[in-house]
Design a protein around this ligand. Structure first.
Ligand code: MIG
Length: 645
């Protein structure tokens, strides 16, 4: 059951889309209004697990850590980082009783999950908040109830589940052609190539550098015949440049965020000085979203939205003010944000004037909503869209990637632990920069990371300017990469089917083991194995130099050993066993009584034969969701039963 409890006023986030009844007294927590905001306080029992919080560092069980919801561009995050690119204020306390709480507020929230005192969960909301409290029969049930009120996940086209190659630094048609040839010439699967900021004319949104891409529509069409799509980046800020129609119209119609005097606020980002569209306004969202016509007219069908925390390099009025702007802020605040600027510009939804700082966490969400709704109007097919910054609710319009990680084993492990937490908050279409964004990857790290990402809906190799080149064909022993990328395409019928079923049923795709085997106390602390869809359990290898690991099986299962590019299935007993996998091998498990479809090897989804499927596992049949992969008409009627021959 879900009830809501209001504490003060706040801008309506529209995260919850179905009516929820008001409750009388907030369960579990004691509450106290203080000058610093509302404080929610509750005792944690030793055995309680705290799930949730979406895109954050740390374990699946959030206990022992402090988090602050305040979206920030932090490419250098580590184990003790309190804020990342997103704010997902949903958590579940799972112990003797289970309760879920969603703190719906556009303002900063500080979660102390047993960091100061191991037995205390203390949440401080710095503005008005609506608290949704959910009780249910276990953590999974609570999460499903939550997912049922925040709306259905965005539905990507099937090609979005293919493997994407990206790098900050591809500049020209020639650069991209090299990547495509690099993959195709070696028989390596590839579905799309991302275009980073250098495709634009001076980093200006809705432009293309004509010298670098003399005939983009022609190039798009040519690549499509090779089964490959281009996916351009779009940044949040609009360059201040009279004569640019988007800028001119934005100024004329008052679509940008303003300073205290009502003048469009200037902030420097990649294109130089820019203005930020006021994404809290529906008229502005409609306008900005319609600009994507520039791209869709050229045949483009996929996009990634960046810098939408919004990230700011500097502003005129905050030079040297960093220190005093932070005065009066408590120690809990992350000091390296753009907070000085965030306190100096305003949104004007419905005739109000709201300082950005107080509604900060909604900006990326607004941008995703704007482009998602725009693309829905512009395209008669499903689009690919993923965003860097988000808030709960953004999952209805696009996916997310987890921002700038590093090429290190710790961040691969973090990626594993983030996936179920993101799913609890509705973000089914998600994934990390595979191989790591910052720093220099290694062949081994990239292969292990690909082997994990083969199970995440968004699978993209992305790296930063000036780092080691990270395309799969840059490394020796291409065959190993071919095997892992091919695995992804062979898993795709299952992944796509499970994703679509989870999305349509407002369920999770990637889950902690404890959600599926609640009666087994041994799985409660397992964080390095995950359930992917209804039938599969994965146990990724995430340690440098290690070919083996221990895996716990909560029941008898089928062990699938992907070796030499083939699936070798053997029965495996409940309990702990050691598995071994070379860099071109992957081990995963299929639940008892379940069957899982796998396809034939192919280079891209256009070549994927959905009729030539084999069933792995000991189950008799599998319910396959399948459609043409792009029409918006999706539903349960697309499910057919596959039976073992
Ligand atoms: O200031 O567009 O997270 O994926 O490659 C850096 C360049 C801006 C940050 C994104 C990253 C992208 C990069 N961007």
């Amino acid at each position: 059951m879900i009830r809501k409890y209001s504490f003060g006023e706040h801008f309506d986030t529209e995260a919850v889309v179905v009516p929820v009844a008001e409750g009388e007294v907030l369960p579990l927590f004691s509450t106290r209004q203080t000058p610093e905001g509302l404080i929610l306080h509750c005792k944690l029992a030793p055995e309680d697990i705290v799930y949730g919080l979406g895109e954050t560092v740390g374990p699946i069980n959030k206990r022992g850590h402090k988090y602050i919801s305040y979206n920030v561009d932090n490419p250098h995050h580590r184990e003790d980082t309190v804020s990342l690119y997103a704010s997902h204020n949903f958590l579940v306390i799972d112990g003797e009783k289970t309760w879920g709480f969603f703190l719906d507020t556009p303002a900063r929230v500080i979660f102390d999950v047993g960091a100061a005192d191991p037995d205390v969960l203390r949440i401080r909301c710095t503005g008005g908040v609506t608290v949704y409290a959910i009780d249910g029969a276990g953590a999974y049930d609570v999460v499903r109830q939550f997912l049922s009120v925040i709306g259905r996940s965005y539905l990507p086209p099937r090609w979005a589940f293919g493997f994407g190659q990206s790098r900050w630094g591809y500049k020209t048609e020639r650069d991209i052609r090299k990547v495509v040839d690099g993959y195709r010439d070696r028989g390596l699967p590839l579905e799309y190539v991302c275009m980073d900021i250098d495709y634009m004319d001076r980093f200006i949104d809705f432009t293309v550098n004509k010298r670098r891409f003399p005939d983009l529509p022609g190039f798009v069409a040519e690549l499509k015949t090779r089964g490959i799509r281009l996916v351009p980046i779009v940044d949040a800020g609009i360059k201040i440049e009279p004569g640019n129609p988007v800028y001119d119209e934005g100024v004329e119609k008052g679509y940008f965020c303003v300073d205290k005097d009502g003048k469009p606020y200037g902030a420097a980002v990649w294109p130089g000085m820019t203005h930020f569209p006021d994404f809290l306004r529906s008229d502005v969202r409609e306008w900005f979203g319609s600009q994507y016509k520039f791209y869709t007219d050229q045949g483009l069908e996929g996009f990634w939205n960046d810098m939408n925390e919004p990230a700011i390099f500097y502003t005129e009025d905050t030079k040297g003010c960093r220190k005093d702007a932070l005065e009066g802020e408590d120690d809990e605040f992350q000091k390296d944000t753009n907070i000085c600027a965030y306190k100096r510009f305003y949104h004007r939804p419905n005739g109000q004037m709201l300082v950005h700082h107080d509604v900060h966490n909604l900006f990326g969400y607004g941008m995703t909503r704007s482009s998602g709704e725009g693309l829905s109007r512009l395209m008669d097919k499903r689009y690919l869209l993923f965003s860097r910054s988000s808030y709960i609710g953004a999952h209805r319009y696009g996916g997310i990637w987890t921002g700038d990680n590093g090429s290190c084993w710790e961040h691969l492990k973090m990626n594993v632990r983030q996936m179920p937490s993101l799913n609890m908050c509705g973000f089914l279409f998600s994934g990390a920069d595979t191989g790591g964004f910052g720093g220099n990857t290694s062949r081994e790290l990239l292969l292990r990371w690909l082997a994990f990402s083969a199970f995440t809906p968004l699978m993209r190799d992305h790296s930063a300017l000036l780092t080691r080149k990270q395309e799969c064909y840059r490394f020796s022993g291409t065959e190993d990469f071919r095997r892992i990328l091919t695995l992804r395409y062979r898993l795709l019928p299952y992944l796509y089917s499970e994703f679509m079923k989870a999305a349509l049923e407002q369920d999770m795709l990637i889950k902690p083991l404890a959600f599926v085997f609640p009666e087994d106390p041994a799985v409660r602390t397992i964080e390095d194995q995950l359930m992917v869809g209804e039938s599969v359990m994965i146990a990724p290898l995430t340690d440098k130099g290690r070919l083996t690991r221990k895996v716990y099986l909560p029941e008898d299962m089928t062990k699938v050993f992907y070796t030499g590019g083939e699936f070798v299935c053997t029965p495996a007993k409940k309990g702990t066993q050691t598995v071994r996998a070379e860099l071109d091998e992957v081990v995963f498990f299929i639940r008892k009584g379940h069957a899982m479809p796998v396809g034939k090897p192919c280079l891209c989804t256009a070549e994927l034969d959905m009729t030539a499927l084999a069933l792995l596992g000991d189950g008799e049949s599998y319910e396959l969701y399948d459609d043409d992969g792009f029409t918006k008409d999706c539903g349960r009627e697309h499910i057919r039963l596959l039976r073992r021959e």
